[in-house]
Structure formats: structure tokens, C-alpha cells
Design a protein around this ligand. Structure first.
Ligand code: NAD
Length: 297
């Protein structure tokens, strides 16, 4: 018999993920702060919970998909949180991107109450969330990983247990380093080529056929060319993720000079009021520096 699944946090990622669980036949009890989104999910077959503790009391496995470390800590271990409603034997699967040290400490708190916990952040973006093709990197006990597998299989295609508590978040930080630096590289290339007089669409066409090919040029092609920066993945969140990566670099004695530069670029974009835009809007910072909008001749 499949386990009842709680789902907390129905944003750009959480809402389509919860829908995929419903589609796969799971019974879902959902909660988020936005009442309209919760009502939409209810119309599509989810039960709704009154809050995190209520969701946990009515389910076996609780998934959280929330923005930041403090929010996850509050929703899992704060007053009225998941651990208040969970029973010994419950499992909490945090799929948010947060600080690995917070994941480890929440797992220890959960364990004291007989509750299992996994950190299971994802990559693949809003597109992967909708299509059920996310990559899922999981830290925690192997037996909890196996227990959560049916949930993961409804959400993603590449599902890998990468190590103990916190290891999933470390791998996600590695992912965000590559993605952030790639956005910066593509942005610099587009502004250079365009200001030198070449059509940016042609630059993307030809680079996509060679060694410089990457998924970002493919999935964000239209966004770059049309300057449509509707998120997607917000600059605020990528700034948070690179801050986590730099922190992990500090803890492990690993210099991350390129990551630091891109984190500062995201910080500059936030200072310009662009934190709510998609991270492809990193392009606009390079455009500002060059005083050139790509495709403007
Ligand atoms: P989002 O801001 O769109 O959604 C966050 C959701 O959490 C919202 O529905 C909000 O109402 C809810 N929420 C916030 N505080 C809450 C609380 N106290 N109680 C209950 N609900 C609360 O964020 P998102 O883009 O869905 O990202 C969620 C997580 O996934 C983040 O950690 C992000 O870094 C990570 N992530 C996002 C993407 C992406 O492309 N958007 C990709 C991979 C990973």
C-alpha cells in the first residue's frame, strides 16, 4: 500500500511537484501559505492541511519545498511544525535547497523523536518540476532513501543517494556553482558578440553545436533573446545558493573564486531591485556594464 504523502510549500517548484504526485496516484495532503494555490491543489484532488503539524499528523512521509534554511527550520522544528505532528516512524523529506549544516542539525533533531529525515534537493528547474524529470540528490540513511523512492520516482528521472545527512545539499551547492558560472559565461559571450555586431541568435545557434554547448543556452534561449525574465528560478534564490556554496567552501578550505564573483553579480542585481527576476537576468548586469542591450544592433 502506498504511503500518504504530505506536501508543504507550493511555489514555482512545489506546486507542479505536488501535481505529479497526484498524477502518480499518491494521496496528498498539502499546505502552503498562499490560500489561492492551496485551493487550486484541492480542486485537483489534494486534501488540505491546516498547517505543518496537521499535515504531518495525517501522513506518513512529509515533503517540504520551501525557500530558505530559516523557513525550513521553522516549518520542520518550530512551534506548530512538522515534528509536532509527526509520529515515531514518520519520514520528512526536505527537497528545498538549504545549508548542509542546517540539514544535518534538523536530521539530528528529528532522530531524537524517532522521525527519519532526508535532504533531497533537486535540479532541473521549473521545467523539470512540471515534466517530472528532476535530478534528485539525496543525503541520509539508505533505508529512508529506499522508502522515499516511490515519491522520488513521481518527481524525477535521475535519483541518486549521494551520502549521509547533508551530502545532498553539498552536491546541490556544486550544481549551483556550475549553473551560476555558466549563466555568467553565456551572458558575457552574448554581450561581447552582440556589441561587436553579431546577431545573438546566431551566436547561440553556432555555440550550441560545439564544445561550448550547454543546457542553459537551450532552455533559456528565448528568455535571453526576448529579455523575458519571468521566473523560473529567482535571482534571490540563486544568490542564497551561492552564499551556501561559499560557506561550504570556507568550512572545507576550498577557494571558490569564480563562485564568489558570480555571487557578487547576483548581489548587485538584488541591489538594483532585480532579485525577483529569473537568474537568466544576469545578462542584464553584463549589458549594463557594457552599455549595450543584446540584439539592439
Ligand atoms: P517559491 O518562492 O516559488 O516557493 C516557496 C513556497 O513556500 C511558496 O509557495 C510559499 O508560499 C511557501 N512558503 C514560504 N514560507 C512558508 C511557510 N512558513 N509555511 C508554508 N509555506 C511557506 O520558491 P521555489 O522556486 O519553489 O523554490 C523552493 C526551493 O527549491 C528553494 O529552496 C529553491 O532554492 C529550490 N529550487 C528551486 C528551483 C527553481 O527553478 N525554482 C530549482 C531547484 C531548486
Amino acid at each position: 500500500m502506498s504511503e500518504r504523502v504530505g506536501f508543504i510549500g507550493l511555489g514555482a517548484m512545489g506546486a507542479p511537484m505536488a501535481r505529479n504526485l497526484l498524477r502518480a496516484g499518491h494521496e496528498v495532503v498539502a499546505f502552503t501559505r498562499n490560500a489561492d494555490v492551496l485551493a487550486e491543489l484541492a480542486a485537483e484532488g489534494a486534501e488540505t492541511g491546516a498547517g505543518p503539524a496537521d499535515v504531518a499528523a495525517r501522513t506518513d512521509v512529509v515533503v517540504t519545498m520551501l525557500p530558505t534554511s530559516p523557513v525550513v527550520a521553522e516549518v520542520v522544528a518550530g512551534p506548530g511544525g512538522v515534528l509536532e505532528g509527526a509520529r515515531p516512524g514518520s519520514l520528512v523529506v526536505d527537497m528545498s535547497t538549504i545549508d548542509p549544516s542546517v540539514s544535518r542539525s534538523l536530521a539530528a533533531t528529528a532522530r531524537e523523536r524517532g522521525v527519519g529525515m532526508l535532504d533531497a534537493p533537486v535540479s532541473g528547474g521549473d521545467v523539470g518540476a512540471r515534466q517530472g524529470t528532476l535530478s534528485i540528490m539525496v543525503g541520509g540513511e539508505p533505508s529512508d532513501f529506499e522508502r522515499a523512492r516511490p515519491v522520488f520516482e513521481a518527481l524525477g528521472k535521475t535519483i541518486v543517494h549521494v551520502g549521509p545527512h547533508g551530502a545532498g545539499q553539498v552536491v546541490k551547492a556544486c550544481n549551483q556553482v556550475v549553473v551560476g558560472i555558466t549563466y555568467a559565461a553565456v551572458s558575457e559571450a552574448l554581450v561581447l558578440g552582440s556589441k561587436a555586431g553579431v546577431d545573438p541568435a546566431l551566436i547561440l545557434d553556432v555555440l550550441s553545436g560545439g564544445l561550448a554547448a550547454n543546457r542553459i543556452m537551450e532552455v533559456r534561449r528565448r528568455n535571453f533573446l526576448e529579455h523575458d525574465f519571468t521566473p523560473g528560478f529567482k535571482i534571490d534564490l540563486h544568490h542564497k545558493d551561492l552564499t551556501i556554496a561559499l560557506e561550504a567552501g570556507g568550512e572545507n578550505g576550498v577557494p571558490l573564486p569564480l563562485t564568489a564573483a558570480v555571487q557578487q553579480m547576483f548581489r548587485a542585481l538584488r541591489a538594483h531591485g532585480r532579485g525577483d527576476l529569473d537568474h537568466s537576468a544576469l545578462l542584464t548586469l553584463i549589458e549594463d556594464m557594457a552599455d549595450h542591450r543584446i540584439g539592439s544592433g
